[in-house]
Design a binder for this molecule. Structure first.
Ligand code: NAD
Length: 249
């Protein structure tokens, strides 16, 4: 996987969970890693230290991805401290366990703002240098919920469906510049986002997964690393489903 070596990889929302695992794996492939955080600077610095302890290079940079000015500022900071971003993993995401009739407009806008507008803000900002260099990798983290729906977070489902559509269009726009754009669509992965409220709920979901276990963040990270590597150089506009065999209805 030589193409990742010495590339600068930005992983949004990488102080914990899937983003953290992806930052660590990309660093193991010798990328220079930018750990983006919005709230938890300490946790982000912890990821940076882990990478440095393994002999890698990393920095932690603040930005709320839903805010275009924050994203521009993040680009300027990365430019000063490390250089131009070549690999972008749009991982930052939030969710909210509510029925549609319980959602306020603010709830809707916040989830769409982070999960979907955040992908737009970062892709727009960071693809410019990729276009000039005629090389780039963008991987967007969607969700199985985009395909199967959910009975409790319509805004999350809509945002993740939007991420898949955006992935297809960005792939077409950026292909002439040797930039691939793909999505990874996780099933149920063991992170802070999927803390089940009860044992009953957990057993319900486990019962639906043919591999009979939740996924590990590193199993999503491995798929992202693959899509960033030269082994995936002819793959663009695709969705890689990583979900233990969970079937679509
Ligand atoms: P997580 O809650 O542990 O991590 C999400 C990260 O995004 C956090 O570090 C958070 O601080 C960051 N973030 C939130 N808002 C942000 C903002 N405005 N700007 C920058 N960063 C922000 O959850 P996770 O499970 O690791 O989820 C990572 C991604 O994977 C998300 O996009 C999520 O929707 C997706 N996903 C997760 C699962 C799962 O089962 N865990 C399944 C499908 C998809």
């Amino acid at each position: 996987m030589t193409e990742i070596k010495d590339k600068i990889a930005l992983i949004t929302g990488s102080s914990r969970g899937i983003g953290r695992a992806t930052a660590l794996e990309l660093a193991r492939e010798k990328a220079k890693v930018v750990v983006n955080y919005v709230k938890n600077k300490e946790k982000a610095e912890e990821v940076v230290s882990l990478i440095k302890n393994e002999g890698g290079e990393a920095i932690a940079v603040y930005a709320d991805v839903s805010n275009p000015q924050d994203v521009e500022n993040m680009k300027a900071t990365i430019g000063q401290l490390m250089g131009e971003v070549n690999i972008l993993v749009n991982n930052a995401g939030i969710h909210q366990h509510l029925k549609s009739w319980e959602l306020s407009s603010d709830d809707w806008n916040r989830v769409i703002g982070v999960n979907l507008t955040g992908v737009f803000n970062c892709s727009k900002t960071f693809s410019k240098d990729m276009i000039s260099r005629k090389w780039g990798r963008i991987v967007n983290i969607s969700s199985i919920i985009a395909d199967i729906g959910t009975d409790h977070e319509v805004h999350y489902a809509a945002s993740k469906g939007g991420v898949l559509s955006a992935t297809k269009s960005l792939a077409l726009e950026l292909a002439p510049y040797n930039i691939t754009v793909n999505a990874v669509s996780p099933g149920y992965i063991k992170t802070d986002m999927t803390k089940f409220s009860s044992e009953e709920e957990k057993l319900y979901y486990l019962g639906k997964i043919p591999l009979k276990r939740l996924g590990h963040p590193s199993e999503i990270a491995d798929s992202v690393v693959f899509l960033c590597s030269d082994k995936a150089s002819y793959i663009t506009g695709q969705v890689l489903h990583v979900n233990g065999g969970l079937a679509f209805p």
